[in-house]
Design a binder for this molecule. Structure first.
Ligand code: ADP
Ligand code: MG
Length: 392
C-alpha cells in the first residue's frame, strides 16, 4: 500500500499525487493529514517553509469538501498575491480528478468584479489575501457565513504584514462551528493571540524544532569592511559558478542599485522590489524560474512569495532589521530536502547579531573567508574543464 493511501487519502487524490510525482509524504503531511481526515478539529501546525504545508492542509481539505454542493465551503488566507496564486494552482492540481470542484484566487491588483464573478459561478474553495478578502466582504461580493473550514497559511507572515485587523474581521464573519487550521513557521505572540481568540482546543503539530531553521540549510558568514561589501558579493558569485540565488538587501534603492551593478559587471542578475509594476515582477520571476537569472536581488517584502526549488544560496547582502526575518530569508533555500547555504556578508559592528541569530535558528554559523583571485581562477578553470568534458 502506498504511503499516501495509508494516511487515508482517497483514489482521486492518490491519482493526482501520482501525477505530481510525490513518492512519500513529508513530515508535516504525515502528521496533519490523518488527524484532519479523521477528526473535525482545529489545528495549529508549526513548520518551516518548504516542508510541504500546502498539501498537508490541501489534501484533507479537498477530501472533505462536497464537490456537488456549489456553495463556498472553505477559505484559505495567505499573505501575498504570489502565495495566493501558488496555493490556488497547487489545489487545482491536487483536485484535478474531482469533477465540479472549483477553487478561486482572490487577491489585490486584479479586477475585483472578475473575481466576484468567478466566486459567484460556484467556488467551494476561495484562496485569498486578507486585504482583498475584506474588500469583497465589505462590498457583499462573497458569502463566507456558512464555510466549514478556514485555513490561515503563513500566519506569522500575514501578521508581520499588518493584517491582524483584517484577519480578525474576516474570521468574525465566519460561523463558530467551522474548523480552523493555522499554519505558521514561527509562533510569535500575535499568532498565539489569533489562535486563542478564534480556535478551540486545537491539535498541535510541530515539525522540527519550534522557530528553528531548516536542517538542510547551512549558515556561513564573511566578515568584510563596509566598503568591500559589493566586491565580496562578486567574489562569492565568482567562486560559485553554478550559483542560483536570492540576494537580500534592506531597501528598494539598494536592491535596485546592487542589481544594476551586477548586470553592468556581467552577471545574470535582476532586481525584485515593490517599485516594479506587477508585470515587471512577473517577468523577473519567470526568468528566475527559468534560470536565466542566477542572482535575484530582492527586498524582504518582494521575496515573500518566492517559492522556487533548487535555490543554492541565500545571500544576506545586508542583514535584516528584525533578526527574525533571517529565518524567512534562509528558508528560500534548502527546500524539498535539498541542501542550501545561507550566507551573511557582515561588518565588524554587526557581528553580535550573528549570535542572536544562532539562538533563533538553533544552529551555528561557520566563519569563512572570501576566496582570493587565485582561488577563484582555480575554481573557474575546473568548472570550465568539467563543462568541456561534459560536452561531446
Ligand atoms: P511550504 O508551504 O511548507 O513552504 P510547499 O507546500 O510550498 O511548502 O511545498 C514545497 C515544495 O515541495 C513544492 O514544490 C511541493 O510541490 C513539494 N512537495 C510537497 N509535498 C511533497 C512530497 N510529499 N513529495 C515531494 N515533493 C513535495
Ligand atoms: Mg506554503
Amino acid at each position: 500500500m502506498n504511503k499516501f493511501e495509508q494516511l487515508g487519502l482517497n483514489e482521486s487524490l492518490l491519482l493526482a499525487i501520482k501525477d505530481l510525482g510525490f513518492e512519500n509524504p513529508s513530515e508535516v503531511q504525515e502528521k496533519a493529514i490523518p488527524v484532519l481526515l479523521e477528526q473535525n478539529t482545529d489545528l495549529v501546525a508549526l513548520a518551516q517553509t518548504g516542508t510541504g504545508k500546502t498539501a498537508a492542509f490541501g489534501f484533507p481539505l479537498i477530501q472533505k469538501i462536497d464537490a456537488e454542493n456549489r456553495n463556498t465551503q472553505a477559505l484559505i488566507l495567505s499573505p501575498t498575491r504570489e502565495l495566493c496564486l501558488q496555493i490556488t494552482n497547487e489545489i487545482k492540481l491536487y483536485s484535478k480528478y474531482i469533477k465540479g470542484l472549483h477553487t478561486v484566487a482572490v487577491y489585490g491588483g486584479a479586477s475585483i468584479t472578475e473575481q466576484a464573478r468567478e466566486v459567484k459561478r460556484g467556488a467551494q474553495i476561495i484562496v485569498a489575501t486578507p486585504g482583498r478578502m475584506q474588500d469583497m466582504i465589505n462590498r457583499g461580493l462573497v458569502n463566507i457565513k456558512n464555510i466549514d473550514f478556514c485555513i490561515l497559511d503563513e500566519a506569522d507572515e500575514m501578521l508581520n504584514m499588518g493584517f491582524y485587523d483584517d484577519i480578525c474581521s474576516i474570521l468574525s464573519d465566519t460561523p463558530e462551528e467551522k474548523n480552523t487550521w493555522l499554519f505558521s513557521a514561527t509562533m510569535p505572540a500575535e499568532v498565539a493571540r489569533i489562535g486563542k481568540q478564534f480556535m478551540s482546543e486545537p491539535v498541535e503539530i510541530t515539525v522540527g524544532h519550534k522557530n528553528s531553521g531548516s536542517a538542510t540549510v547551512s549558515h556561513e558568514f564573511y566578515l568584510v569592511n563596509a566598503r568591500d561589501r559589493y566586491e565580496a558579493l562578486k567574489r562569492l558569485a565568482d567562486a560559485n559558478p553554478d550559483i542560483f540565488s536570492v540576494v537580500f538587501c534592506r531597501t528598494k534603492r539598494d536592491t535596485q542599485a546592487i542589481a544594476e551593478k551586477l548586470i553592468e559587471d556581467g552577471y545574470n542578475a535582476a532586481a525584485l522590489h515593490g517599485d516594479l509594476s506587477q508585470a515587471q515582477r512577473d517577468g523577473v520571476m519567470k526568468s528566475f524560474r527559468g534560470r536565466q537569472i542566477q542572482m535575484l536581488v530582492a527586498t524582504d517584502v518582494a521575496a515573500r512569495g518566492i517559492d522556487v526549488d533548487n535555490v543554492t544560496h541565500v545571500v544576506n547582502y545586508q542583514l535584516p532589521d528584525e533578526i527574525e526575518t533571517y529565518n524567512h530569508r534562509s528558508g528560500r533555500t534548502g527546500r524539498a530536502g535539498k541542501l542550501g547555504t545561507s550566507i551573511v556578508i557582515i561588518t565588524k559592528s554587526e557581528l553580535r547579531k550573528i549570535s542572536a541569530i544562532e539562538r533563533i535558528i538553533k544552529q551555528k554559523f561557520e566563519e569563512k573567508t572570501i576566496p582570493n583571485g587565485i582561488e577563484i581562477c582555480e575554481i573557474q578553470l575546473l568548472h570550465l574543464a568539467n563543462k568541456i568534458k561534459d560536452t561531446e
